[in-house]
Design a binder for this molecule. Structure first.
Ligand SMILES: Nc1ncnc2c1ncn2[C@@H]1O[C@H](COP(=O)(O)OP(=O)(O)O)[C@@H](O)[C@H]1O
Ligand SMILES: [Mg+2]
Length: 496
């Protein structure tokens, strides 16, 4: 039913570290989908397996790691199975990784401009770039229109699925009556979907037409550009080749050397020149919000603040035109205002570049305004997964409640409750619900048997026995329900 494009699909990831103390079961069945142009946030305390998940996607696991199972699909390929060589074309190019500490990714004794241009030159096929640049504005307009339409279609579908779910779970509605209601809703859904398609068809077709024309034009331009270079090259080498035929001995060697030099110059002419690389580097610095980019181009990493360094690292990642950025606690070392600016930047890139992002943080509060979807991780598992609104307004797992309780209040700025206890030792992961030993909501079964995922909506899942119909009703902590009430009230006010 889903029309959104899945970019990365992780299924049942299991991974262990072999240490002298024993086998650390770091991932115990992690599954999630990353959708196109969406920010997925992975949230959980230190040690829950967030970074390991990122490293597994990137294929940069340490030597003592063993993959026990699972698959990570990206463009029809299972990243857990691709060869080291193939991985080179994906890692850092199609999928970029940003760490908490930008200094670890920057060379301290190289000017930042050079670090960015080097990255650009690695990816500097001029013909391809010319083509991409020429079609880029039209492509983005077209993609944005499709994205907007798909979001609307998806909203209608999830509304329908939610209603169907409610009807089916309402004990007061008889099954046959429910079926009738659902049939009526489905009929309406089809009408609504068709209306959205009809309303947007003209605009999308027009944008597609512009894009197709641009593609033809760009193809011609790129081809002409390349042909120009090829012709110039051929003209240059023709007399040399003629000489080569009649030359002998030492002369022959000399001519051959000239030919080699011409060939190298030709190959280089197809690549980005230093001057062009500089222009592009400054452009990407501006894109990530570095003021006075042209001047700062010549500075060293130590001359930048933490927030600016993180922007530089992001700029370097962007030189490769990635599909996906994975950001592992990129704002943790930064102060709150700078954090917010980096989050804004990620949001902007998501929109302008149609970039998908996995944003990892231990602080659920950080992601409130930027996450589309949230995966709450604990002890190597995702315990709750859903759209951001579902996690913030309808949280179900006691661990999510605990994380929400520990977010500093926006108004009072104080952190109200810290989570008692510590995460478990993953050499001996607890038997049932790993959070049980720290949770006042734990029931006997939580210590015995692992909870399955209970489904709350088409997009919302939680692994807690509290959702089993046989369990006694549990109320979320007051501090959480009060906050939800308050923010709903505030949101209501904003909308009038
Ligand atoms: N190289 C390693 N060797 C042994 N254990 C590791 C290694 N890296 C991570 N771990 C363990 O794996 C678990 C998950 O770690 P990690 O993904 O780094 O957590 P976080 O959620 O804080 O990013 C932890 O129990 C951690 O101790
Ligand atoms: Mg980590």
């Amino acid at each position: 039913m889903k029309k959104e494009e899945v970019v990365i699909s992780a299924k049942d990831l299991k991974l262990s570290f072999y240490t002298d103390k024993g086998r650390v079961k770091a991932l115990r069945g992690v599954s999630f989908d990353l959708y196109k142009a969406e920010v997925l946030c992975i949230v959980g305390e230190s040690g829950s397996g967030k970074s390991v998940t990122a490293k597994m996607i990137m294929g940069i696991l340490p030597g003592n790691a063993r993959i026990d199972g699972g698959s990570i699909y990206y463009q029809n390929e299972d990243l857990t199975k691709v060869s080291e060589e193939e991985f080179h074309n994906i890692r850092g190019k199609k999928i970029g990784l940003i760490f908490q500490d930008p200094l670890s990714s920057l060379n301290p004794i190289m000017r930042i401009g050079k670090q960015i241009t080097e990255a650009l030159i690695i990816n500097g096929d001029k013909v391809k770039r010319l083509y991409k640049d020429l079609i880029s504005p039209a492509l983005i307009k077209y993609k944005n229109a499709i994205q907007l339409r798909n979001l609307e279609l998806d909203r209608l579908r999830s509304e329908f699925l939610d209603s169907r779910f409610e009807i089916r779970n309402n004990p007061d509605i008889k099954f046959v009556d429910g079926t009738k209601q659902i049939q009526a809703l489905r009929k309406q859904l089809r009408i609504d979907l068709k209306k959205v398609m009809d309303d947007t068809k003209g605009n999308i077709a027009a944008l597609k037409k512009v894009l197709d024309e641009k593609k033809v034009f760009a193809q011609k331009e790129a081809q002409a550009f390349k042909q120009g270079l090829v012709n110039a090259y051929k003209e240059k080498i023709a007399p040399l080749q003629a000489q080569l035929k009649t030359a002998s001995g030492g002369q022959k060697k000399e001519i051959q050397a000239q030919l080699d030099a011409e060939k190298l110059a030709f190959t280089n002419s197809l690549r980005l020149t230093p001057a062009e690389a500089k222009r592009r580097a400054i452009k990407v610095m501006e894109e990530v919000g570095i003021p006075n980019a042209a001047r700062r181009f010549r500075q060293y990493p130590f001359e930048f603040s933490g927030g600016m360094r993180q922007r530089i690292v992001i700029a370097i990642a962007l030189t490769q035109d990635p599909d996906v950025l994975i950001l592992d606690e990129p704002t943790t070392a930064l102060d709150v205002t700078i954090q917010a600016q980096i989050l804004d930047l990620v949001k902007k890139l998501q929109k302008n570049r149609q970039l998908s992002a996995i944003f990892i943080t231990h602080d659920l509060g950080v992601v409130a305004n930027m996450a589309d979807r949230i995966a709450v991780m604990y002890a190597g598992k995702i315990v709750e997964y859903g759209k951001a609104e579902e996690i913030f307004y309808n949280p179900q797992h006691p661990y999510t409640w605990a994380l929400l309780s520990s977010i500093p209040d926006i108004d009072s700025k104080e952190r109200l409750e810290s989570i008692p206890g510590t995460p478990p030792n993953m050499i001996y992961p607890p038997k049932g619900d790993a959070f049980a030993e720290r949770s006042k909501y734990a029931m006997a079964i939580d210590f015995k048997e692992e909870p399955p995922y209970f489904q709350l909506s088409e997009t919302h899942f939680a692994a807690t026995w509290l959702l089993d119909p046989r369990s006694p009703k549990a109320e979320m902590p007051k501090i959480v329900s009060e906050r939800i009430k308050n923010s709903l009230k505030k949101a209501g006010k904003v909308h009038g």
